[in-house]
Design a binder for this molecule. Structure first.
Ligand code: MIC
Ligand code: SF4
Length: 640
């Protein structure tokens, strides 16, 4: 039978279940990646699993998020991560070596392999034909221990690309067009498989920009075929032996298809405060701009920055604009230096940052009060940039560079003829900032700073749950709202007691105090609850504060699994009218919990208002067992 690419890779990695939409499947994971903000917790959990060495083909630990070292915490975490990597057989990419997704693409990704990463943008490697999935740290820890990764078999949607991108448009416009059409919920429960005659005109970096932002659609992952373009990319990286051709069979059946005519695209922008608030840039003019930032795992390749350098060449940044550039990796930085592009950027007035996430995760470069910031990033959720009342627009590198010159949002076509780009130099292959693990790490001492606290454990839930509604939210609540990042909070990622003080702080600063006082709380959410980041802290810290359940209209995939992993019960309303009726401070009761969870539908009694209503859960029997054990770590411990 003709198979799609996704089916081929899944079949080759399938450990249990059938590849039928909605069924729970378990797959073998070949490679894992972690970054420092989720990695400390992931490795603390890996340690708790009591393994001697990772069981994957390859595991890499990156440091890219917490690189602003305002105090000892982040540096301590880096040291912990480096020692854990040596101890357990993990490659360690040092701070300054680049953003995990960019470096993984360059140095480690292999077409046809599976990659699980504790970061929601792990699908970036789908640009190379990998099946790359983002997950919570605990799921990655389990995969490093050789355990399977469980997921519900998604629908596979074919995205048919036809034609060629017109000049001044780029990969960012392809994915923004998809976000415009499908919204931030449109990819939930789906894998996006790209194909069609337009694929061959896209470089691996362009493909990676597209698969990267599939995360913003809520997709499980996105994948491109591995073809001649992929081969040339790997060859240039000195890794041709990793290449193999991978295509969907002609006539393969998909669960749906969507076509994008590349020729018809024009420069687009995602407007504040959601990646799906997409409009043509020409409709936005002339909004004055205070800040432009080029970088992040979405658009920080050498190709992207070379174009920016050519646009800026010989010109000066507008006096009202602060232009910041963060190359995606040390390789990109070295190539910029060798090609002379770096000089052009500096001469034009760009502020160059080290290769890291930086401003994308609110680690510095917050815009001014009420400011407008144009970024080539993937997320523009309110407040994520560090300034609560700033407006962030997401655009491609050409529009960003043009706007930095004009001081207002500009359609790059206004620049006239597309510059003739000089030929790209070969990639600089220099892995000295990636430390290989020793053959035998058993003697390595793991170094823990005072900010590294043990992972808190949950306990099995009582048979009768009585919970207070601590917060009622609207739709599309992001994990940035549940457990924010930024310079103040991100350094607390390995210290849950300290971090939990900030749970829901952007929505309600009294949340943590009220939760602690109540001791047993429930959150009421709307659609797509928990979209965005993979941070398991958005489940772990609420769990620490006594949150027992979340009752929502629907959930984002990674957050749903994270809730289960930490023993918080994700429940779904049977009827939206019940959402309307609930109020903050209502006391809800669920009796005979085990029986009800095993049955699948749950009766909830509203003690305060005196009525009862139905909810359900979309949990598999395995997940029900995890909840009843008090979380995945508890369940694994019980099994031993
Ligand atoms: C993000 O882009 O939000 C992050 C920071 O990379 C997160 C991971 C994290 O919260 O540490 C992600 O996307 O998973
Ligand atoms: Fe880093 Fe931003 Fe990419 Fe997340 S989205 S991995 S914070 S660059």
């Amino acid at each position: 039978m003709a198979e799609h690419l996704t089916g081929k890779i899944l079949k080759a990695h399938l450990l249990s279940g059938r590849l039928q939409k909605g069924e729970e499947i378990a797959i073998r994971i070949d490679q894992t990646l972690t970054q420092d903000a989720t990695g400390t917790m992931a490795y603390l959990q890996f340690e708790a699993l009591g393994m001697d060495r990772v069981r994957t083909e390859l595991s890499v630990s990156y440091v890219d998020h917490n690189t602003l070292q305002g105090s000892f915490e982040n540096a301590d975490d880096h040291r912990y991560l480096q020692s854990v990597a040596a101890r357990y057989g993990i490659y360690f990419s040092r701070p300054g070596n680049g953003i995990c997704h960019q470096v993984h693409l360059e140095r480690f990704g292999v077409p046809g392999k599976t990659l699980l990463g504790s970061d929601s943008h792990t699908p970036t490697a789908g640009g190379l034909g990998m099946l790359a999935i983002g997950a919570g740290g605990l799921d990655v820890a389990v995969a490093m221990a050789g355990g399977p990764f469980y997921l519900n078999m998604p629908e596979v949607l074919r995205v048919n690309l036809v034609g060629q991108l017109p000049s001044w448009t780029g990969a960012k416009d392809v994915i923004l067009e998809l976000l415009r059409r499908l919204t931030v919920k449109g990819g939930v429960g789906r894998i996006l498989e790209y194909g069609g005659p337009g694929v061959k005109g896209l470089s691996v970096h362009e493909r990676a920009t597209i698969t990267n932002m599939g995360a913003e659609l809520g997709a499980t992952t996105s994948i491109f075929p591995s073809d001649e373009v992929t081969r040339r990319f790997l060859q240039a990286q000195g890794r041709e032996e990793s290449w193999r051709e991978l295509q969907a069979d002609p006539g393969a059946a998909y669960d749906g298809e969507i076509t994008i005519e590349l020729d018809k695209l024009e420069p687009l922008a995602a407007c504040p405060h959601s990646p799906d608030a997409v409009k043509p840039i020409r409709e936005l003019e002339p909004i004055p701009v205070d800040q432009v930032i080029i970088g992040s795992c979405t658009n920080s390749s050498f190709e992207d920055l070379l174009l920016v350098a050519e646009i800026l060449d010989g010109k000066t940044v507008h006096p009202q604009v602060s232009l910041v550039i963060a190359p995606g990796s040390r390789q990109v930085m070295l190539m910029l230096a060798r090609s002379g592009a770096l000089e052009k950027l500096i001469a034009a007035g760009a502020r160059i940052l080290e290769p890291a996430c930086g401003p994308c995760i609110g680690m510095g470069q917050a815009p001014p009060s009420g400011g407008v910031s144009l970024r080539t990033f993937n997320r523009n959720f309110r407040g994520r940039c560090g300034t609560a009342d700033a407006s962030v627009y997401l655009v491609g590198p050409a529009a960003a560079a043009a706007s930095a010159l004009y001081g207002r949002i500009v359609d790059p076509r206004e620049l006239g003829e597309f510059p003739k780009l000089p030929p790209a130099p070969p990639p600089v292959i220099d892995d000295r900032m990636i430390i290989s693990p020793p053959e035998d790490g058993s003697g390595v001492e793991i170094i823990r700073g005072p900010n590294i606290k043990p992972v808190p454990l949950n306990s099995p839930p009582p048979e009768k749950l009585v919970m207070t509604v601590l917060l009622k939210t609207g739709d599309n609540i992001t994990t940035d709202q549940i457990m924010p990042a930024g310079t103040k909070i991100l350094p607390l990622r390995s210290n849950i007691p300290a971090m939990s003080e900030y749970v829901f702080a952007p929505l309600d600063e009294s949340f943590a105090r009220r939760a602690r006082q109540t001791g047993s709380g429930i959150i009421v959410g709307g659609e797509n609850y928990g979209q965005g980041s993979s941070r398991e802290h958005a489940a772990l810290a609420p769990m620490y504060l006594g949150i027992k359940a979340v009752l929502a209209k629907s959930f984002a995939r990674i957050h749903h699994t994270n809730l289960v992993n930490f023993g918080i019960i994700p429940l779904v309303f049977d009827s939206p009218a019940d959402y309307d009726r609930l109020r903050q401070d209502d006391v809800l009761e669920i009796d005979r919990l085990r029986e009800q969870l095993e049955r699948g539908s749950v009766t909830i009694i509203n003690r305060t208002q005196g009525y009862s209503f139905q909810a359900r859960h979309n949990l598999t029997p395995r997940q029900v067992r995890i909840i009843l054990a008090g979380g995945l770590l508890m369940e694994v411990k019980n099994r031993k």
